[in-house]
Structures are given as structure tokens and as C-alpha cells.
Design a binder for this molecule. Structure first.
Ligand code: CA2
Length: 147
């Protein structure tokens, strides 16, 4: 079975708990379940992981090289700041789909810049939690097409 990783970055553990008016009522546990279900429908096993720490995200990306066929990554605010994350993605040579709940291009100018986009196979943003299912479909379609 194809193994894929869904990686969530800083503050996303607060989804559905804090500021629901901005980020919605869906919790990260709900999203993890949606990801596992979507994976099962598509014949893939999905592992979900969240951390608030940039270095831990980098460690998980490095470790993914030998464990997973691809990654769906919501790097949170590190998207807009982290050259280190971009380098980590480049170093593992795995397909990565960049994912955001909100439409980062319709928000503050500092969110328009993504260090992930140049090293991702594509970006999905603005569709809320449903975007994770879209990202998994896109990732698994890409992996199948490359096989
Ligand atoms: O839209 C997204 O998915 C973001 O990655 C979310 C990040 C933001 O910095 C990016 O620009 C876009 C922020 C996640 C914060 O999540 C919270 C959830 C509940 C309460 C507070 C923050």
C-alpha cells in the first residue's frame, strides 16, 4: 500500500479550538480523520503529524525519504519564512503538495510569498479542510502517473 505523510506546522493544533471565526470549527483531529479516510478510498495509508517546531518539521521531511512516497505539507507561517524547509524538501526528492486552508494570495502581502511553492509539485489553498482531500488526490495521482 502506498504510504503518504500529511505534515502540519505551527499553531494548526489549535484549529477548531481558538479563533474559529478565522480558521473554522473543524479540528485537526477531524482533518486527520478526513485524510485517513480519503487515503483509504484511494488505496493509500496516510500518517498525520503536527509540530510547532521548524526543526522537527525538517527532521520529519528527512525521515520521510525512506518511509513515504510523498507528502502533503501545511507548513503554516513557516511557509512564508523558511528557506530551511525549502532546502529540506529539495534534499529528499519526494513529491510535496503545498496545502493551505485559507487563500494565502487573498490575504496580507507577507502571506503571498511561499518558500515551499518552488519545490512543491503544486499548491492547493482556499478550500478549508476539504483542501486536504484534494491535496491527497493530487499527490496520489502524481505518484501513480510517475510509477
Ligand atoms: O491557511 C493556512 O493553512 C495557513 O497555513 C495557516 C497559518 C498561516 O500562518 C498561513 O499563512 C496560512 C496559520 C495557522 C494558524 O492556525 C490557527 C488555528 C487556530 C487558532 C489560531 C491559529
Amino acid at each position: 500500500m502506498t504510504q503518504v505523510l500529511v505534515l502540519n506546522g505551527p499553531n494548526l493544533n489549535l484549529l477548531g479550538i481558538r479563533q474559529p471565526e478565522v480558521y473554522g470549527a473543524t479540528t485537526l483531529a477531524d482533518i486527520d480523520e478526513l485524510c485517513r479516510q480519503t487515503g483509504a478510498e484511494l488505496g493509500a495509508e496516510v500518517t498525520c503529524f503536527q509540530t510547532n517546531h521548524e526543526g522537527v518539521l525538517i527532521d520529519r521531511i528527512h525521515a520521510a525519504r525512506t518511509e513515504y512516497a510523498g507528502i502533503v505539507l501545511n507548513a503554516g507561517a513557516y511557509t512564508h519564512t523558511s528557506v530551511a524547509l525549502m532546502d529540506a524538501i529539495k534534499s529528499v526528492d519526494l513529491p510535496v503538495v503545498e496545502l493551505h486552508l485559507s487563500n494565502i494570495h487573498a490575504r496580507e502581502p507577507f502571506r503571498h510569498k511561499s518558500w515551499i511553492a518552488p519545490v512543491a509539485i503544486g499548491q492547493i489553498c482556499g478550500f478549508g479542510a476539504a483542501g486536504y482531500a484534494l491535496a491527497l488526490r493530487a499527490l496520489l495521482g502524481h505518484i501513480e502517473a510517475q510509477a
